[in-house]
Design a protein around this ligand. Structure first.
Ligand SMILES: [Fe+2]
Ligand SMILES: [Fe+2]
Length: 366
């Protein structure tokens, strides 16, 4: 336990936010789906200390099943294959701590936005639901922090994620908070948690992600239920503004410059683990064609096209106009074989949202 002080170096104070608080004097249910979600959420509360067996050591070898997630498959280079088992384990440990740290910081953002929503949303059912989500997010912060500290150390937040959290906390428009958090950030989180949960063979991590992902599926459902009800009541200008907010948040997440920053950060961490960056880059350069050629056919759509944009479509926030912008920047970043030549093709490639997100997240449906 750290010593109690009023101010510590780990605090980052002074982010000015401009939230408007709404009282709602009608306490009757107005939106059955939201009231039901709230009831479900109260039933589904869990106790992290009790439900998860924290005594288990982390099985580092079993981490090996999950790719390091560095945009480029460094695990397939000949340089990587030449490394000792100890070095590989060390790289895996540090890289996983780095990725999980961003999950953790995202959870803190979610905790604060959810609590803002209690104040800012104008419907009682939505306030109730946001209150349960606040509790869920506190628990998620708790479990990720605990896991990372067991694994390695907590790393600083990635700049693009921090930008989105700041923007979402800062806006005085509760609908933008909903779209920024419940659709973009939660969509990204849900997709990533699902992927990591299904791939990992590390038992403690799998356990933790199972509990967390179940909550996240509900958070996403809240966003979809609530936003899709609100959008038809907006005028064109308001809807355009909301679409653009989602577009900018998504763009920040997958912008190639941000991916490059992420890769540079990863290289630094790997150097700490004994990786010779130059030798790795040389090997990558020489084998690049081979690596990307093999990687392409099975390439995943990724969280934005695979989940966030389909969610926006379901909510009525994917006009032809904004779909064009999405297609433009995705094409720039990912190439045409992943997103199609034009908007029409892009819209065809987009998957439908799964009917039952809670089952989907557990890997029961594709
Ligand atoms: Fe969460
Ligand atoms: Fe969440």
């Amino acid at each position: 336990m750290s010593e109690f002080k009023l101010k510590t170096e780990t605090q980052e104070p002074d982010l000015d936010t401009a939230m408007k608080v709404v009282y709602q004097w009608n306490y009757d249910p107005e939106v059955d789906e939201l009231r039901n979600l709230y009831n479900k959420a109260t039933e589904a509360q869990w106790v992290a200390e009790r439900e998860i067996d924290w005594e288990r050591p982390i099985d580092l070898e079993k981490f090996g099943a999950v790719p390091l997630g560095a945009a480029i498959p460094i695990e397939k280079t000949s340089y990587w294959k030449s490394l000792s088992a100890e070095t590989k384990a060390e790289v895996t440990r540090k890289t996983s701590a780095f990725r999980l740290s961003n999950f953790l910081h995202g959870e803190q953002g979610a905790l604060m936005v959810a609590s803002q929503l209690v104040n800012a949303v104008p419907h009682t059912d939505a306030k109730f639901y946001a209150a349960t989500q606040t509790m869920d997010e506190a628990r998620h912060v708790e479990v990720f922090a605990k896991y990372i500290e067991k694994l390695d150390e907590i790393r600083p937040i990635a700049a693009p994620l921090k930008d989105i959290l700041d923007e979402t906390l800062r806006t005085d428009d509760w609908l933008k908070k909903l779209v920024g958090m419940q659709i973009v950030v939660e969509g990204l989180a849900l997709y990533s948690f699902r992927e990591m949960r299904n791939l990992t063979e590390e038992p403690l991590l799998k356990d933790l992600l199972t509990y967390v992902a179940r909550d996240e599926a509900r958070h996403h459902a809240y966003g979809v239920q609530y936003v899709s009800r609100c959008v038809p009541q907006l005028d064109d200008a308001e809807r355009t503004e909301l679409e653009d907010f989602a577009l900018e948040a998504s763009r920040t997440l997958i912008d190639s410059r941000n991916q490059a920053t992420f890769f540079t950060e990863a290289l630094k961490i790997w150097a700490e683990a004994g990786i010779d960056s130059e030798a790795l880059l040389t090997s990558l350069q020489a084998e690049r064609d081979e690596l990307t050629k093999n990687a392409r056919p099975g390439r995943r759509l990724g969280p934005i096209s695979g989940f966030v944009i389909p969610t926006l479509r379901r909510c009525g926030l994917l006009s032809e106009r904004v779909a064009g912008h999405f297609h433009g920047f995705l094409k720039e970043n990912l190439g045409t074989n992943l997103v199609g030549e034009d908007v029409a093709q892009f819209l065809e490639i987009l998957p439908d949202l799964p009917e039952d997100t809670a089952s989907w997240v557990m890997g029961e449906v594709n």
